[in-house]
Design a protein around this ligand. Structure first.
Ligand code: G3P
Ligand code: MG
Length: 304
């Protein structure tokens, strides 16, 4: 079942209150922008393995990265213990084409190595220490492969797999998209993952190769060419809209709500900001502190 999308449609008190309160403001600031209609059917969002039924998704950003080194297995374990409902990870490719979890283009800040991640073989990457930079208690923690994460998460945790632009290769056979899709299919996890990317070339390929696996736009202003969120979602045949809390506006909220497009907002670590976004009716928030976000969500949303 489309848990997140149905959540978007089943919280009328928040949505209607918001729409009414913002109607005047929108009329005055839309500057001629007309409402844009969704042109395609949205692929159902993944089912949540952990779901408290409040229609809002607590997303652990890079795992519980406030408490453990980001994109490592200890951060995944902690997110699970904290009842995160989804975990977001960043995916790149080793020089020998293996999808691994890592955020930065260079390994310098997050490991004891130096250089571009894409120049390391998997074996070289796995010899790096991806934990000491965070805390000596995590010394020796390795960079995980995506496959390792999928094996851990199967039937246990819903994933948002964000694919970084560094993993894009012009030749499709060498690029990240078919490799990630093959892994998701190998472990039968098509209904347990949401893809996303800031790179619209990657998104277009994902939707072409695996249209039934949901993929969310990660809003990127240059590629969006000043178009509104629904137009961007339409142009990529995407199934959701993820964006920075700094970019997200009330006008966008209204446009996306009207089209029932799920909205996930990153990265929010302050309680007040979490509460405000939840009241606005977003479907999920990415936080480095999923335990704090879960507490705020419990305060703000009626439990069913
Ligand atoms: O996917 C949401 C968020 O992770 C995007 O930004 O830079 O933290 O990967 P970044
Ligand atoms: Mg990310």
């Amino acid at each position: 079942m489309n848990t997140i999308l149905s959540a978007a449609q089943s919280r009328p008190s928040i949505s209607i209150a918001f729409l009414l309160s913002s109607a005047l403001l929108l009329t005055s600031c839309q500057s001629g922008s007309s409402s844009v209609e969704l042109t395609h059917e949205l692929a159902p969002f993944p089912s949540l393995m952990i779901d408290n039924g409040d229609g809002f998704v607590v997303i652990a950003h890079r795992g519980a990265s406030g408490y453990a080194p980001e994109n490592t297995m200890p951060a995944m374990e902690l997110a699970y213990e904290m009842n995160a409902e989804m975990i977001e990870v960043d995916v790149m490719l080793s020089s020998d084409g293996v999808p691994v979890l890592f955020h930065d283009a260079k390994v310098d800040e997050l490991t004891d190595g130096s250089g571009n991640l894409k120049d390391f073989t998997l074996q070289e990457l796995q010899a790096l220490d991806a934990g000491s930079w965070f805390d000596e208690a995590y010394a020796g923690t390795p960079i995980p492969t995506l496959e390792e994460l999928l094996i851990w998460a199967q039937g246990k945790m819903t994933l948002n797999i964000e694919i970084k632009t560094e993993a894009y290769r012009e030749a499709l056979s060498e690029s990240v998209e078919p490799r990630v899709i093959a892994l998701v299919e190998q472990y039968d996890m098509a209904d347990q993952v949401l893809f996303s990317s800031f790179d619209y070339r990657i998104l277009a390929r994902l939707k072409e190769l695996a249209p039934s696996i949901p993929a969310a736009v990660l809003y990127e202003p240059v590629q969006s060419a000043r178009k509104g969120p629904v137009t961007v979602v339409n142009s990529l045949q995407a199934d959701g809209f993820n964006c920075s809390v700094r970019e997200y506006s009330e006008q966008w909220q209204q446009e996306l709500t009207q089209s029932s497009i799920p909205v996930l907002i990153y990265t929010v670590n302050e309680r007040e900001q979490m509460a405000e976004l939840i009241q606005r009716g977003v479907q999920g928030i990415f936080s480095d502190y999923p335990d704090v976000l879960a507490e705020v969500a419990a305060e703000e949303l009626p439990t069913p």
